[in-house]
Design a binder for this molecule. Sequence first.
Ligand code: SAM
Ligand code: DTB
Ligand code: SF4
Length: 345
Amino acid sequence: MNDVIEKALPFEEDAGAADATIRTDWTRAEISALFDLPFNDLLWQAQKVHRAHHDPNAVQLSTLLSIKTGGCAENCGYCSQSASFDTDVKAEKLKAVDEVLEAARAAKASGSERFCMGAAWRSPKDRDMNVIVAMIEGVRAMGLETCMTLGMLSDEQTERLAEAGLDYYNHNIDSSPEYYEKVVSTRTFDDRLDTLARVRKSGINVCSGGIVGMGESRTDRIGFIHALATLPEHPGSVPINALVPIEGTPLGDMLKDVPAPIDDIEFIRTVAVARIAMPGAVVRLSAGRESMSETTQALCFLAGANSIFTGNRLLTTGNAGTDADAGLFRKLGLATSVKWPRDRG
Ligand code: SAM
Ligand code: DTB
Ligand code: SF4
């Protein structure tokens, strides 16, 4: 093992139980060395870290609902919902609270533990906040964890979400700081960090991750994990999306003739490195599962992913579907009821 790799590992190579120390002082060289490990060693280290912090045979189910679709003022190059691109998605109004609560009830009945609500906004309007708060309170009252993703937040808006009892706020950094500016020009990487800082300060759990397969390089994937793992606190959950290429978006059009914008093994490596760098986080295998083989998904779970979005839809695109997920979980002997370390005594 070379010096850089050895230094990158937060535990002894042959340790029986991994010393999966939580650190926020990772260097890019250390993250890079993890990516460079032989695949079997990387998965072994990821599995050791995973088992030190999480139930190894449980994967949390979340359900996603678009509460406000399309017409977004931002120009994220991957997104079907930007008003800047000509896609099949039409702009809609903010959904009514009852409709959202109905969907949450169905999600709970199908076994989901977390209900995530997404809006195609640059940032919420203050006039929408009462409706948003009513959605959070209604979903919480059903005993579901709540997550919202509404774009950039002001201090006041963040406080209102915290007072309403919001459990998680999703706000992705999406890629490395360097690649981010190639993908979006209507806001900056620092804008994203500012909202994340507000959320963290308010006590709401941070959910932040990004997208792999946007044409970025390995160096960008290193920068992406490094940026997350060196935040003042690791996000409580880290969604790793595989790009869903959408016709009419700059990235969808650029990558439409590329058979596999991200190699499966490189995707699994990214999940494993996220697991090792952020041992306590719930790593969510998010968009892109519809076109992922069962084998790739199984290897992602082995690499430390322990949450998925279930159901037939994400925000505007299809998803693997509840039946397919139930079949896969049966084959893998996975439980959906997550026992976190604090519950295991
Ligand atoms: N407007 C809010 C925002 O951008 O923060 C919330 C909704 S936005 C759709 C949430 C996240 O979904 C994005 O940050 C991105 O990581 C992911 N996403 C959007 N379109 C995607 C696609 N085509 N493929 C994979 N992930 C995607
Ligand atoms: C996240 O990281 N992935 C989810 C959730 N956060 C909001 C969104 C995935 C969207 C996939 C494309 C679509 O359905 O429009
Ligand atoms: Fe808007 Fe979010 Fe889509 Fe960007 S990712 S265009 S902010 S909905």
